[in-house]
Design a protein around this ligand. Structure first.
Ligand code: ADP
Length: 552
């Protein structure tokens, strides 16, 4: 067979001419190769402004089929972009960074292969979603909790971990909690990382194996396709409660951050603390079109103030979970109170209290006259009260679509309650996620620059601070824009470019980068770029696996 020339672009018609589609169908079955225009469009769609159109989409059902696909790709020189479920909205979803690639989605490979309750881990395939793993553990009566994200329940546990995504519980460092990988290399070879054979008894309990630790090669990269992984789980704790902490005075934010660093370094705050500004709360609680505020540009300070009062939202709100024995949780609650109470209102939510809140909400919906009592009894609004059970459950590993609805904030149609899909519904959302040293002063200094950039480009400043570990915090920002308004799209792109420039100037980098930032990742470090390129050439000499991903 004649080799295709990747430089000149392969194109869907060339795939047909060269018999690639037919050969893909022979590997996975006819119904698992999509190449109609509408199907190609559906998988070339994300909430970000940078789009490339794929040539076809293939859905392998087994590791052997993946081996067949990469061998074919290597033979003919066609690029393959692997995704587990492809719902990485705001960063790129199932987008390649070139036209005419073949998108490979592993959602059919969705078996939970093993759960070891005693050693608290599971072994799963890439198509296993947060919802599926959580249901599996609960329905089968395992006393184990899997961490999840506050994003879509239909995202892949392995996909997010390989992206080094963060979750909610003490197991929220998702890549840190992967242990033992099975990988298909671009030449079709299968390797086990962390063990020399499948039956090695510590493959999923001892992360480092023996010799160089290679796991990292397969995360945020394009060196291989992970077809199976071990994931550590949290033993169901004897006691659990979530907390909400509302910071009433903006000037206390640096002190609160320093307090959380102390709490984390001393093992008290072990969950992934979320600290969100008022605008983040608004995107979850409402849509811009439903409020009596200006509909263009950003909200005026007075408008944000009015919304804050309407919904009874503090300038900054924090949430997290406490886990352990009853004694441990009691001590954590005491220490949290001691360190935080002076800066705002701290509320603890147990399962019992959440059940009570839900009954009250049900009652208030049927008897509207009860609504004013919410303000008195709970000192908040009905929408905030409705949010609390979702946050409480996410913090125990039960995923929800509730928070993904924030992507619809600027949309002209009402957001769905279920089957939430921001890419399908043409939401405009770009994530920008620099990671900072966890020091109140340093965080505030950086946020001031970022906020100024948002304001200069007429966007509302959306920032959530996510404690990655006791020493670092992610400043997760969203540019939420109208995707069908070319002027806003251009403005969103300009803001993104500005944020990248300011971040580099501040000697920072993102913890995870979307398709719009890959070109710049190595700009300050030719030596690192060369090292990555040398590894890439050795593993993938024809550059068929996701070429350009993470700048490699
Ligand atoms: P999710 O749907 O959970 O957000 P994705 O499936 O989109 O996650 O995966 C996130 C990123 O990780 C993708 O951009 C993809 O390139 C990479 N990735 C996902 N699954 C694999 C895998 N099994 N092997 C290698 N890389 C993967």
């Amino acid at each position: 067979m004649k080799h295709l020339d990747t430089e000149s672009g392969i194109g869907p018609s060339n795939l047909v001419d060269h018999g690639v589609l037919e050969r893909l169908k022979a590997i996975v079955g006819d119904e698992f190769v999509l190449s109609r225009d509408d199907q190609r469009d559906r998988y070339s769609n994300c909430t970000v402004p940078w789009h490339h159109r794929c040539a076809a989409v293939v859905f392998p059902g087994t590791r052997e089929e993946i081996v067949g696909i990469v061998r074919l790709a290597m033979e003919v020189g066609v690029p393959i972009w692997p995704f587990s479920t492809g719902r990485n909205w705001g960063y790129g979803a199932s987008l390649a960074c070139e036209n005419d690639a073949i998108i490979m989605i592993m959602e059919r490979m969705n078996r939970v292969l093993e759960v070891n309750e005693e050693l608290a881990y599971a072994v799963i395939e890439p198509g296993v979603t947060y919802q599926q793993l959580s249901d599996h553990l609960r329905n089968k009566g395992f006393k184990l909790w899997a961490d999840c994200i506050d994003g879509t329940p239909h995202g892949s546990v392995i996909g997010n971990a390989l992206e080094r995504g963060v979750g909610e519980t003490p197991y929220g460092d998702h890549f840190g909690n992967l242990c033992g990988l099975e990988v298909v290399l671009p030449n079709g070879e299968v390797v086990l990382v962390g063990a020399t054979s499948e039956d090695q008894r510590t493959w999923h309990t001892h992360k480092w194996g023996l010799g160089p630790s290679l796991d990292g090669l397969f995360s945020q990269s394009n060196f291989g396709i992970v077809t199976r992984a071990g994931i550590w789980l949290m033993p169901e704790p004897e006691a659990y409660c979530s907390y909400v902490f509302e910071i009433t005075d903006q000037s206390s934010v640096p002190a609160v951050l320093d307090a959380f660093r102390w709490l984390a370094l001393h093992g008290v705050a072990t969950s992934k603390l979320h600290m969100i500004n008022d605008f983040v709360s608004m995107t979850v609680l409402t849509q811009r079109q439903d409020e009596a505020v200006s509909q263009k540009g950003r909200l005026l300070p007075a408008e944000l103030d009015t919304l804050r009062r309407k919904y009874r939202v503090a300038p900054w709100s924090c949430g997290g979970g406490l886990y352990g024995t009853r004694e441990q949780v009691a001590v954590q609650r005491r220490l949290l109170r001691r360190k935080l109470s002076r800066y705002g209102r701290l509320i603890f939510l147990t399962d019992t209290r959440v059940a009570m809140i839900e009954s009250f909400i049900g009652l208030a919906r049927g008897h509207r006259w009860l609504l004013p009592f919410i303000h008195v009894l709970f000192r908040t609004s009905l929408p905030v009260l409705e949010l609390a059970p979702h946050a409480h459950r996410v913090l125990k590993g039960i995923p929800t679509e509730y928070f993904v609805r924030h992507a619809y904030y600027r949309n002209a149609v009402a957001r769905p309650d279920e089957n939430v899909d921001p890419a399908r519904d043409r939401c405009g959302l770009i994530w920008f996620a620099p990671i900072l040293p966890l020091s109140g002063f340093e965080v505030m200094e950086y946020l001031a620059t970022a906020k100024a950039a948002f304001e200069r480009h007429e966007f509302d400043f959306y920032v959530a601070l996510l404690m990655m570990n006791p020493r670092s915090v992610i400043a997760l920002m969203a540019i939420i824009y109208k995707r069908d308004d070319p002027e806003e799209v251009a403005r969103a792109e300009r803001l993104y470019a500005q944020l990248l420039e300011d971040m580099r100037g501040a000697r920072l980098q993102q913890y995870r980068a979307g398709v719009g930032a890959w070109g710049e990742i190595h700009s300050g470090s030719p030596a690192l770029r060369n090292l990555n390129l040398r590894i890439k050439r050795a593993l993938d000499p024809r550059n068929i696996l996701a070429p350009g991903r993470y700048g490699i």
